[in-house]
Design a protein around this ligand. Structure first.
Ligand SMILES: *Cc1c(COP(=O)(O)O)cnc(C)c1O
Length: 453
């Protein structure tokens, strides 16, 4: 398939995607033995990282350092973290596992930020000994840190508190982290909270950061910017009281929503950076260092799940394509289809785009429950056994966040790059083997329940 001739900017997203699917099938990355796989567009991810950096560079009026820390949960794959690190990004981690992935990717401690509402004492100690920045989530966590910091000199880690600006939520409740009663951060507008925060900082000169992450998919940009403005004002007040720039860094979180309805990238990082600059001009004047924690907006549009159609059938007049992509890879879409609809592209057995008049059909997954559907009543060229479907815009939070239902193995993930010699692939994660699956399901302990007497 040619990659030429789609205008001066090169082939558009659909042509590039088609070439990747065709090559994945031709090169045997998908087939009877591997009926589902994740494909990541390496050039697309690089481009998104560069565009993020440029968006913030464009609105800076002063010389503020900016660390873009990729939210690891969005694509918890070591080679992806390394690729982003090559582009100058760091990692936002929220568990010992995510921290281990960031370190395995070679991300330096100075570019790692630890969040999470439930850090154990050991996790906190490890982070401090590595010099990793930590955002504390609650008053109780600050007490715990006091005890650790009490022992030595000033901590090497940059430390800050997460604040919930309580600006309200977006269209998806589960993604809205700055509602009045959110579980995250110190609820700023609760009675007494502001006074407590001012005192906590006056007492602890080593608290030098403030953190807010207002929400993710479904949150309007204005709401996110308003949350950042509120946290900025709190920093100004703390610094005024301290008579110095005690808060030297603001961590403004991530959450840029992704357009799942078309190939258009909207909003983009530039839209958000400009809105931030207009809403909170002081943010970029050089007095504060900045940390961002974007996840979905960096990788979602650069990944897809491709799966074989195993069978088709009809039931009660309903046309169903039974595929290998269901809740195990598209968990949110299957359980909350209204909040997480996905585009589906149809390909034939050789990986060429299917043509033909669209007919309404359901696209089902392999899991044994009736609701395992990734699309309902979707108009697509009639799917047949051996065809392929691609779930688009699934490069964040989909194949990297497997759901182990029915002991379906984690699919392989491959990165791809279009070159003059065609599409080249590099392994990101090997498909899980049945031996690995048995081992993680207690295979080593097969007889132990029976012998417990
Ligand atoms: C999930 C999360 C992010 C990333 O959110 P996206 O919507 O993927 O950009 C950033 N910061 C924190 C604290 C998070 O929990």
């Amino acid at each position: 398939m040619s990659l030429e001739g789609n205008g001066p900017a090169g082939p558009g997203p659909a042509a590039r995607r088609d070439a990747a699917v065709r090559a994945a099938v031709a090169q045997g990355l998908l087939g009877e033995d591997e009926p589902v796989a994740g494909l990541l567009d390496v050039a697309g991810i690089r481009g998104a990282a560069a565009a993020l950096r440029e968006a913030f560079d464009e609105v800076r009026t002063g010389d503020c350092g900016v660390l873009h820390a990729f939210a690891v949960k969005a694509a918890s794959l070591v080679p992806v973290l390394r690729l982003l690190a090559d582009e100058g990004l760091g990692c936002e981690v929220a568990s010992p596992g995510e921290l281990a992935l960031a370190r395995a990717a070679g991300v330096p401690a100075a570019r790692i930020v630890l969040d999470s509402p439930a850090k154990t004492p050991a996790e906190l100690r490890d982070a401090l000994s590595l010099g990793i920045a930590v955002n504390l989530d609650s008053r109780a966590e600050l007490d715990r840190l006091d005890a650790l910091v009490g022992h030595g000199g000033p901590p090497a880690s940059p430390l800050g508190l997460r604040v919930n600006p309580q600006v309200g939520g977006g269209s998806i409740g589960a993604m809205s982290t700055a509602t009045e009663r959110s579980k995250f951060g110190v609820a700023l507008r609760d009675p007494g909270a502001r006074a407590w925060l001012l005192r906590a900082h006056a007492d602890r000169p080593w608290l030098t950061r403030l953190h807010a992450h207002v929400g993710s998919q479904g949150c309007p940009l204005e709401l996110m910017a308003e949350g950042v403005r509120i946290v900025y004002e709190l920093a100004e007040e703390i610094n005024e009281l301290a008579g110095r720039q005690q808060i030297d860094t603001l961590d403004i979180g991530g959450g840029l929503p992704v357009n799942f309805a078309s190939d258009e990238v909207t909003p983009d990082h530039r839209d958000y950076a400009r809105l931030l600059a207009a809403t909170v001009p002081g943010l970029f004047d050089g007095r504060y260092g900045l940390v961002t924690e974007f996840g979905r907006s960096l990788t979602a549009k650069h990944g897809m799940v491709v799966a074989r159609v195993e069978h088709t059938k009809s039931a009660g007049g309903r046309r169903i394509a039974v595929t290998h992509a269901g809740a195990q890879v598209a968990t949110r879409t299957v359980f909350a289809p209204g909040a997480w609809p996905l585009r589906v592209a149809a390909y034939d057995a050789r990986g060429l785009p299917k043509t033909g008049p669209p007919v309404a059909q359901d696209v089902a997954g392999p899991c044994c429950f009736a609701g395992d559907l990734v699309a309902v009543d979707r108009a697509l060229p009639p799917l047949e056994a051996g065809d392929h479907i691609a779930l688009l815009d699934t490069g964040a939070y989909y194949f990297s966040t497997h759901f182990a239902y029915n002991s379906l193995p984690r699919p392989g993930v491959h990165g791809w790059l279009a070159t003059a010699d065609g599409v080249r692939f590099a392994p990101v994660r090997a498909p899980q083997t049945l031996d690995e699956l048995v081992a993680e399901s207690g295979g080593a302990h097969a007889a132990e329940l029976s012998s417990l007497r």
